[in-house]
Design a protein around this ligand. Structure first.
Ligand SMILES: Nc1ncnc2c1ncn2[C@@H]1O[C@H](COP(=O)(O)OP(=O)(O)OP(=O)(O)O)[C@@H](O)[C@H]1O
Ligand SMILES: [Mg+2]
Length: 410
């Protein structure tokens, strides 16, 4: 053995002792697992109690063993140990192990242990994270993941319940509206019945007076004509009151009449309104077109439609009343189509679904919102159809409402 070799051995022995005692002083009481290895072979020269507990081995079993054989340590870890010993700088290593169901992470912090004369004695390794800690983390992560999944499910369930609640509220609002509507109707019906009853008596007197006036001798023809019209309208009023009081079925018998007469009567009836609005009203009717129906009711329908068109057309407007036959075809009997068209402001898409609802009006105080509702009831009773087309702008601006009725409404 040369002198050099003897010196080398004694220096290494000293270093080993120094490393052990230095580390012992610094790390014995640490709760973090720590081990110290020599710089060349990475042989364990020191372990603290926490390291023994972590590895499940006694200090005696660990000292003198290679670090790689004790703790999970890949090639990268050993290279890093070499790096720390060469550079003298601290470093950190994290290794992943694929044993068991979950990947386990080992993380070490390493730094050189120096003697008082700055000689490097070895490398201290502190275990920052180990399998057992990792297990807890994995378990915690799993719990968090399950929690967030559960939360997602709960959010979805809450969303669903919310949607159902909104739908239920919407149905309830509709039902309440319908109830309010039907209550309004019921009270309006009662009021109408009372009014009809009260109107009946003076009406009979007026009918008698008109009759007396008509039979007066020497009346000018024009006055006679006016009295005829007044009598016809009084009959209509009487018919409406009877209808309101529930006597309608017994007293309303259909008759056969020419449709042109019907159109004339409606235009005559609304003559005052036509003149005040300056709307041009035209009639186009197939010659000798006849229908069998209750004339007073059809007059009521057409006067409601014409009145609406006059409101919509305004000044310089134009309204056309048309009547034509729809010949029998495809197993259907002959029908009569009567249309009322105007070039007025039209009905927008938002308003359209509402117009046949009772009490729906866009006319504020001057509208009752009953005209079209009454039309719908009467046309329905005659097994007829109401068709509507409307534009609020463009060359076809305006509204056309068609009434299609069986030629024999009996
Ligand atoms: N020819 C039309 N042009 C434009 N809007 C119309 C026309 N006909 C009906 N409407 C719309 O339909 C609504 C309902 O009409 P409806 O005849 O039932 O009631 P109203 O005319 O408002 O009141 P009233 O009970 O006095 O007739 C009107 O308020 C109006 O908005
Ligand atoms: Mg109306």
């Amino acid at each position: 053995m040369t002198e050099d070799m003897t010196e080398e051995i004694s220096r290494s022995w000293e270093a080993e002792l120094d490393l052990h005692s230095v580390c012992r002083a610094a790390a014995d009481g640490s709760p973090m697992p720590m081990a110290a290895v020599d710089s060349t072979e990475h042989v364990i020269r020191y372990v603290n109690v926490a390291f023994c507990l972590l590895t499940g081995k006694s200090r005696h079993e660990l000292l003198g063993k290679r670090f790689a054989g004790i703790a999970p340590c890949a090639d990268g870890c050993l290279a890093l140990l070499d790096g720390v010993s060469q550079t003298g700088l601290a470093d950190k290593y994290t290794g992943r192990e694929h044993t068991g169901t979950h990947p386990l992470y080992w993380s070490y912090t390493m730094w050189p242990v120096l003697a008082r004369d700055h000689r490097q004695l070895g490398i201290m390794i502190q275990v920052m994270e180990a399998a057992s800690l990792r297990d807890d983390t994995v378990a915690m992560n799993e719990a968090l993941l399950l929690g967030s999944l559960r939360q997602h499910e709960l959010t979805e369930a809450a969303d669903l319940l919310n949607t159902q609640l909104q739908a239920a509220i919407a149905v309830r609002i509709k039902t309440e509206e319908a109830l309010i509507g039907s209550e309004k109707l019921a009270s309006a019906g009662r009021m109408a019945a009372v009014l009809a009853h009260e109107i009946n008596n003076p009406l009979e007197s007026v009918v008698n007076l008109v009759y007396l006036a008509k039979t007066t001798e020497g009346l000018p023809t024009s006055v006679h004509h006016y009295l005829d019209m007044a009598e016809a309208e009084l009959k209509r009023v009487a018919h409406i009151t009877r209808q309101t009081l529930g006597f309608y079925r017994e007293s309303s018998a259909p008759t056969t009449f020419e449709v042109v007469e019907l159109l004339d009567a409606v235009v005559d009836l609304l003559q005052a309104k036509i003149s005040s609005t300056k709307v041009i009203v035209e009639k186009q009717c197939d010659h000798l077109l006849a229908i069998t129906a209750v004339s007073g009711e059809l007059r009521q329908v057409l006067s409601n439609l014409l009145s609406n068109s006059l409101d919509a057309a305004g000044e310089d407007g134009r309204v056309v009343l048309r009547a034509s036959a729809v010949p029998a075809h495809a197993g259907r009997d002959k029908r009569i189509r009567i249309t009322v068209s105007d070039n007025g402001y039209g009905i927008d898409a938002r308003t359209m679904p509402e117009i046949f609802e009772p009490f729906f009006t866009t006319k504020g105080d001057i509208g009752n919102g009953l005209g079209l509702w009454v039309c719908k009831q009467i046309i329905g009773k005659h097994s007829g159809l109401l068709q509507i087309r409307s534009h609020t702008q463009g060359p076809r601006k305006g509204t056309t409402i068609s009434v299609v009725l069986p030629a024999f409404c009996i």
